[in-house]
Design a protein around this ligand. Structure first.
Ligand code: SF4
Length: 226
């Protein structure tokens, strides 16, 4: 029973994950700030882009566009030159559009609630929750392919047996219970993202080196190496 697995092990899972994270966390410059402008731009830059690639353009981006007004009024080629090597060139217009919308609608302040964030063209659920968590310390979980992969593997949540809506509900429910237990969405979300990048990768998860191998449905029931 999926429900039995996650209700009995969820606290142990997130506690073990945080111990692992203490010694293995990745240190990116945007993790040392809660500046909502920086977090918003970075989360857009991180869309379908590796964190290491964003790190390489971080200093140039924020020295060229130190605040939302610079980003809004820029007509130079600098933004294109920064974005194009990362891929997804449409992000040039997305970034400018987000900046313009926030200036026009919110006086230049990044909203601190979900409904206002989701109303911004170019801001989706993941980005909104990331801003609320990493900038404002609100208890919002981030749902993406990485966090959902970890949770579905550990707790045996089978996507194929569910509607997408039900799958998301179950994953969110587990993520939210993790945050509730720890009391910090920042630590919970960052530890899950780092764990997905280093240990529970999409291809070739490192089950042999995983501190959660004894808690993990995938390792115990599915993996041929178990
Ligand atoms: S045991 Fe393997 S599948 Fe399970 S959480 Fe660890 S790395 Fe991921």
């Amino acid at each position: 029973m999926i429900e039995d697995i996650f209700t009995t092990n969820i606290n142990e899972v997130i506690e073990t994950l945080l111990i692992w994270w203490k010694f293995n966390k990745r240190n990116f410059p945007w993790r040392n700030t809660n500046d909502s402008y920086i977090i918003t731009c970075v989360e857009i830059l991180l869309q379908r882009t590796k964190a290491e690639a964003v790190e390489r353009v971080y200093d140039e981006f924020f020295s060229s566009f130190p605040n939302i007004y610079h980003l809004s009024t820029d007509n130079s080629e600098i933004l294109k030159n920064i974005i194009y090597p990362l891929g997804l060139p449409k992000r040039v217009n997305i970034l400018r559009g987000v900046a313009n919308y926030i200036i026009e609608t919110h006086g230049g302040r990044i909203p601190n609630n979900e409904s206002d964030l989701l109303a911004i063209p170019g801001i989706g659920e993941y980005t909104a929750h990331a801003i609320l968590s990493f900038s404002y310390g609100e208890n919002y979980s981030v749902f993406d392919t990485n966090t959902s992969r970890i949770v579905s593997r550990i707790f045996g949540v089978h996507r194929a047996n569910k509607t997408e809506k039900k799958f998301r509900e179950v994953i969110y429910s587990i993520l939210n219970k993790m945050i509730e237990h720890i009391g910090s969405s920042v630590e919970t979300n960052y530890s899950l993202l780092d764990f997905a990048a280093i240990i529970c990768r999409k291809k070739k998860p490192q089950c042999q080196n995983c501190p959660l191998s004894k808690n993990c449905y995938y390792n115990l029931q599915v993996s041929p190496n178990s």
